[in-house]
Design a protein around this ligand. Structure first.
Ligand code: ATP
Length: 602
């Protein structure tokens, strides 16, 4: 793996003009201008005391001092603007490269941790890394300023410079020690706060169970305990934090006090005039502020390194330079138009062949030696008992899970990278639990496609959604709401089907097409899907209506193919499908009886 500073340098190289421009203004002008102010003050006070023969007019000194004050305000303003722009650009670059990497991997491998944790990494860890890149030029400006300032002071009076600067340095070291201790206290506070949040989250999630088990008292005691730890940590954090900020705030006064005491004691022997006093006070006060701002180098570096490693985790133990690859970020420029792959002659599906496909999860479960083929216009159903491997088969075929072994052929031509191959216009997929966004129904169906590219009326019809849409308050523009809470389970399933149909793909892969639909709607959906003779469907299901509609049924048992055939054939020869069929028939008759009872009641 490269050294952490290499990544920081690559970030800086992405916008060197902006970075060095803002660093120069921030560190060059911001830190150095007060040194000129000090010299002007010296001049001004010497003039007032008539010490130097060639002292310029007072108004020139005042003018220069005012110009420096305005200049400093201007530099802070410009530096902040430039740094904010730079931060946004660096953030965008890192996020874009991470997202590109996430989309490159099969879905199951994409995230190194939970999605909540990944969001935290994308926000906080990126901030720590770019904050380090911004900050790294600060100590250089601070060091240059202190070296030049000390040189000027030493040439005025070496003794007073040493006796005032050394105690200031001691205060600085003490403050930094306190700051290191505060870091530990702060970490303990953050952990304690995290424990409280986690406990509350668990309580909310398990509230009904806690009541049933009568565990309210025990959980309340646990909450009290973690809260008490947090209270103590918060108290320590607040007191130490206040103490440290008081010391840092007083550093400047301490610097001035040291100068006054030193000059009172040593001034007469050192031939220190009023102008020199002004110079010492001005410089020592500025040095104290700089010392207050500086330090924490090792902790900043360590924090950046940890954050950088957490970002490189997205590359799954294969750290890659592409985290800082210089790609366009379009923060100020127009986004390039979205392009959709045009259908090619070779995209047309005649036959898909699956050869010896295997995939195993870490626990050993999965699918093994799967062989079958799908012809154009066919309706193939993958069925099996719960946990037989239906979803795993569909997902590894589509490249959403990495294949351990096996080959796939599209019209006889080998598919090298299933994950990128099985997208529109070749394939569209509806997962077992479709995810809808908190957008309108229309936007959920289009999901980025231009409206002009689809026949929405036909799509709604084929997905048996047309009647539902009429009844919605704002028809197709109705907002679906977070987690599709404004839709029933069946409407959600059919919206996902509509989204898939909008892709007008050669192969439609559906994991659980109709489990939330009533019998009549299910029949209608199957009928409409099958009405187009060019539509090729590969469906996971154990619903009798879907099995009846199938041309070919693939029966899975414990991750391997138990039988392939038509329903009539399999019902006579295959025990597995006989068991599934009997159980589903029973379920159907119970559902039918319940529905009839409900009708009678109504
Ligand atoms: N992420 C996972 N990690 C480990 N094992 C898994 C994972 N997902 C599924 N499995 C296991 O792999 C086997 C096949 O699971 P799969 O979901 O493909 O079955 P299925 O036939 O689709 O089941 P269902 O009808 O419940 O959807 C099961 O034993 C399951 O426990």
């Amino acid at each position: 793996m490269r050294k952490p500073l290499w990544y920081i340098w690559q970030l800086i190289r992405y916008r060197p003009g902006l970075y060095f421009g803002s660093a120069l203004i921030n560190n060059g002008l911001y830190y150095l201008l007060p040194l000129i102010s000090g010299l002007m003050l010296q001049q001004l006070f010497d003039t007032l005391a008539q010490k130097t023969a060639n002292a310029g007019p007072i108004w020139i000194s005042l003018l220069v001092l005012t110009a420096i004050a305005v200049g400093r305000f201007g530099t802070v303003y410009i530096a902040n603007m430039w740094q904010a722009t730079q931060n946004f650009i660096f953030e965008a670059l890192l996020r874009k490269n991470i997202f590109v990497q996430l989309f490159r991997l099969p879905a199951v491998q994409a995230l190194p941790s939970s999605s909540g944790e990944a969001i935290t990494r994308l926000r906080d860890d990126i901030n720590w890394v770019i904050d380090f890149a911004r900050w790294i030029s600060d100590p250089i400006g601070q060091l240059i300023t202190v070296v030049i300032g000390l040189g000027i002071l030493l040439s005025t009076s070496p003794l007073i410079t040493v006796v005032t600067f050394l105690p200031l340095l001691v205060f600085f070291v003490l403050a930094k020690r306190l700051s290191a201790h505060l870091q530990k206290v702060r970490q303990a506070h953050q952990k304690a706060t995290g424990d409280v949040s986690q406990t509350l989250q668990d309580i909310f999630a398990a509230a009904p169970l806690l009541k049933v088990y009568g565990s309210e008292q025990a959980i309340a005691r646990h909450l009290q305990k973690v809260n008490d730890t947090r209270r103590k940590a918060l108290l320590q954090d607040t007191i130490l934090g206040q103490l440290l900020s008081t010391i840092v705030a007083q550093m400047s006064d301490i610097g001035v006090a040291l100068v006054l005491i030193a000059i009172a004691l040593l001034g007469p022997n050192e031939h220190i005039g009023i102008g020199d006093l002004a110079l010492f006070i001005s410089y020592m006060s500025w040095f104290s502020k700089i010392l207050g701002l500086s330090g924490g180098w090792t902790s900043r570096y360590a924090r950046m390194k940890v954050s950088l490693n957490r970002l490189l985790d997205f590359w799954q133990n294969k750290p890659d330079d592409t985290l800082v690859e210089h790609v366009p970020t379009y923060l100020q420029e127009e986004l390039p138009p979205c392009t959709y792959p045009a259908r090619q002659e070779t995209d047309r599906l005649e036959e898909l062949v699956v050869q010896d496909l295997s995939y195993h999860y870490a626990n050993g479960a999965g699918i093994e030696h799967i062989n079958f083929s799908v012809r154009r216009g066919s309706f193939t159903v993958i069925t099996g008992r719960v946990g037989a491997g239906k979803t795993t088969l569909l997902r590894s075929l589509l490249g959403l899970l990495p294949q351990d072994q096996g080959q796939l052929f599209w019209n006889g031509k080998r598919i090298e990278d299933p994950q990128s191959f099985f997208g529109p216009p070749r394939c569209a997929y509806t997962p077992q639990i479709p995810h809808l966004f908190s957008l309108s129904l229309k936007d959920n169906i289009l999901l980025g496609l231009p409206e002009t590219a689809v026949d929405m009326g036909k799509i709604l019809h084929d997905a048996v959604l047309e009647q539902d849409v009429i009844q919605f308050e704002r028809q197709i523009d109705t907002l679906i709401g977070a987690r599709a809470r404004n839709l029933s389970g069946g409407q959600l399933q059919r919206t996902a089907v509509a989204r898939m149909l909008a892709r007008d793909a050669e192969l439609l892969a559906l994991d659980d097409l109709s489990s939330s639909l009533d019998g009549a709607t299910e029949q209608l959906l199957l009928q409409r899907l099958r009405a187009n003779p060019d539509r090729t469907c590969l469906v996971v299901s154990h619903r009798p209506a879907v099995l009846r509609a199938a041309d070919t049924i693939i029966v899975l048992k414990q991750g391997t193919i138990d039988a392939i055939g038509t329903l009539d054939n399999l019902l006579q020869t295959n025990e597995e499908i006989q068991a599934i069929w009997a159980r589903e028939q029973e379920k159907e008759s119970i559902e039918f009886a319940t529905a009839q009872k409900q009708q009678e009641k109504d």
